[in-house]
Design a protein. Structure first.
Length: 287
């Protein structure tokens, strides 16, 4: 399967040539395949937000290159503009970027900037709103009259309506209560299933990453520490903890059980897997 995004030896240094010079991303190479669901994880200051701003040209690499659909992002202004329509980037707390008079106009802003006719804009607005669970009557309401969770969904719908091939989300569940988090996860999954788009989401929540990603990329001090499936990454729980990162709580429990000599798997990372592992142990226990 071809890659929608390829990053080759990307380095980004802030304030080059000044006493404040700082390397935020250091020689990072990664890829995101068509239709893949990838989580980029790491603690605050690991370089996650700096890295993703290169994916649609908001930041230019100090060295290295970024390719979208096989084309180098900064090859020309035309290529950069096309890439910005292919890569939808949603920042943390996107509801702070709402500004139009109605929900409809806010969702329509991106598609209109793409030069689409009004019939296509209308189709995309209504489809994106439905994907985000926004009722038809809310389209004519001011976004500022909505709840926090609804505002978040309006902001996401505005990017969904652009129908990007790669959707990049920076901490999309930040600040939401458990019900709001589950609703956003459901909406992201729905968008992926209906559009076939690739998803890359940034998070520091190992539980969220474990539950919904196909592949994890762990960033530590501006470099990739490890990557692989959730099972592969969380089987190295001790290495993650040594690096000051976290693992899902259920993984910590099973790491401790294994340390105490119980024959449990070292790649448990969801509650459902933990329940199956306990059932397996109980089934094999002698009376």
């Amino acid at each position: 399967m071809p890659d929608i995004l390829t990053v080759e030896h990307l380095t980004h240094t802030y304030s080059v040539g000044t006493p404040f010079e700082r390397v935020a991303v250091d020689d990072v190479s990664l890829r995101v395949g068509q239709g893949e669901f990838v989580a980029l994880i790491g603690h605050t200051g690991s370089g996650k937000s700096t890295l993703i701003q290169h994916f649609n040209g908001l930041l230019a690499p100090t060295s290295g290159r970024v390719l979208v659909d096989g084309q180098e992002l900064f090859k020309s202004k035309e290529v950069t503009l096309k890439a910005r329509f292919k890569v939808g980037l949603v920042f943390q707390y996107p509801e702070y970027q709402l500004f139009e008079e109605t929900v409809y106009k806010d969702i329509a802003f991106g598609p209109r900037n793409m030069g689409l006719d009004e019939q296509e804009v209308d189709r995309r607005v209504r489809m994106a709103a439905a994907q985000m669970g926004l009722r038809e009557e809310l389209l004519e309401v001011s976004p500022f009259d909505l709840s926090g969770g609804q505002k978040r969904r309006v902001a996401l719908a505005g990017v969904f309506a652009m129908e990007p091939e790669l959707l990049v989300l920076d901490e999309p569940m930040a600040g939401l209560d458990p019900v709001g988090r589950e609703e956003i996860i459901r909406c992201i999954r729905s968008f992926k299933e209906t559009s076939g788009a690739s998803i890359l989401f940034v998070t520091h929540s190992m539980e969220d990453a474990a539950r919904i990603a196909d592949r994890l990329i762990v960033l530590y001090q501006g470099r990739i520490l490890m990557e692989g499936t959730p099972a592969e990454v969380f089987s190295r729980g001790a290495a993650l903890i040594d690096a000051g990162l976290d693992v899902p709580m259920v993984t910590r429990v099973f790491m401790e059980l294994k340390r105490r000599g119980l024959p449990v798997s070292d790649s448990v990372y969801t509650v459902e897997q933990g329940a199956r592992e306990i059932a397996r142990l109980k089934g094999g226990a002698s009376c």
